[in-house]
Design a protein around this ligand. Structure first.
Ligand SMILES: [Zn+2]
Length: 62
């Protein structure tokens, strides 16, 4: 069985594990109804619209 010749340094293992970090969610899309930043293929959280109609009941009129 093959055995590593050298101990993996802290720097080497840390730089390898740095690739496993979770990247932030890209908000490239915006709501067509209110213009707020929204995730694509999701109902808008600020106005509740999706695909040109209201799908969520959002209490903003108070
Ligand atoms: Zn909206």
């Amino acid at each position: 069985m093959a055995v590593p010749k050298r101990k993996t340094s802290k720097s080497k293992s840390a730089s390898r594990k740095a690739q496993n970090t979770k990247k932030p969610v890209a908000r490239a899309s915006s709501c067509s109804q209110c213009g707020a930043p929204a995730q694509p293929h999701h109902a808008c959280k600020s106005c509740g619209y999706y695909n040109g109609r209201q799908v969520l009941s959002v209490t903003t009129e108070e």
